[in-house]
Design a protein around this ligand. Sequence first.
Ligand SMILES: NC(=O)c1ccc[n+]([C@@H]2O[C@H](COP(=O)([O-])OP(=O)(O)OC[C@H]3O[C@@H](n4cnc5c(N)ncnc54)[C@H](O)[C@@H]3O)[C@@H](O)[C@H]2O)c1
Length: 304
Amino acid sequence: MSSDLGGEGQFMDLRGKAAFITGGASGIGLALAKRCAAEGMTILLADIEQGALLSAAQLLRGEGVKVFTYILDVGNLDQYREVANSVLSEHGAPHLLVNNAGVAWKAPASGATPEDWRWMVSVNVLGTGYGISLFVPAMIDSGQQGYVINTASITGLITSPGTSAVYSATKHAVLAVSETLAHELRPHGIHVSVLCPGSVATNITEADRNLPAEVERSAITAAAEEERAFTRSFVSNGIASDAVADQAFAALAERRFYVITHPEYREEIETRHRQIEAAIAGEPASDVGLLQFAKQMLNLQPLT
Ligand SMILES: NC(=O)c1ccc[n+]([C@@H]2O[C@H](COP(=O)([O-])OP(=O)(O)OC[C@H]3O[C@@H](n4cnc5c(N)ncnc54)[C@H](O)[C@@H]3O)[C@@H](O)[C@H]2O)c1
């Protein structure tokens, strides 16, 4: 059933309009594609994994949905330019742009290799930036209302010592660009929402299936595998990706910016903000809460 997503009193029928979704072959991206399909949208599905992409397209087509697929490494600018040019010439500016493709990999601040940095920044940050640069000007020029969804993470709002410093840095970057983009696009009638999920049951714990050859596999020690097993069980107990997609669409309908699917992280977010507020007020550092939190994260924090 399609819904009124116009917001601010305007009806906006998404039927027949195009959604371009990166990382659309699995997890949250695929769930968003299914949600777009339920609205009657045409799906432009992009992913680095050809097999998974074709299976996802087949699944959606089985529901009678119009789907076009694009093999794309979002961190590869030449390839992204080619895909964007063909999308724009064949379908025009997308109505909904979803910058969702992302990878998580164990990389503590003190132990990440330059290649760890390059891979995660390339997919999570440049992939998002390229998507914005290559599609948003055409969305503005179209003069139509539209939407952008960027997938950050709860680790865009808090940090996680010990495991995922680099991942967290990339998600802070996605959040920052989303906040500024939301302001820039408001006058053009384009609404931006940013997804900040905690654990969602997807294939993210196997993100290294797409690991580029130059990233050290030697980082996968027995201890790292043990940690991955913990992360895997944490993530597989996470919420369903369909629930994230439902919350994302509810946010679009209400024109909400932050999509916080895991309210249980409230205390961590507040603790961080209290430290900053105390510093602004020139109060003595009361970082007990933060240290306790850091300790807890060192022991428990999974990668996402
Ligand atoms: N699952 C979680 O717990 C969780 C929590 C917070 C945020 N996220 C974010 O959600 C987004 C989607 O991840 P997911 O959990 O659905 O994982 P997933 O692994 O199930 O899906 C990610 C998809 O992105 C694709 N991809 C990977 N590298 C790519 C590249 N270079 N170019 C294009 N596509 C690429 C993968 O092939 C896969 O289809 C990511 O940005 C991730 O950081 C996930």
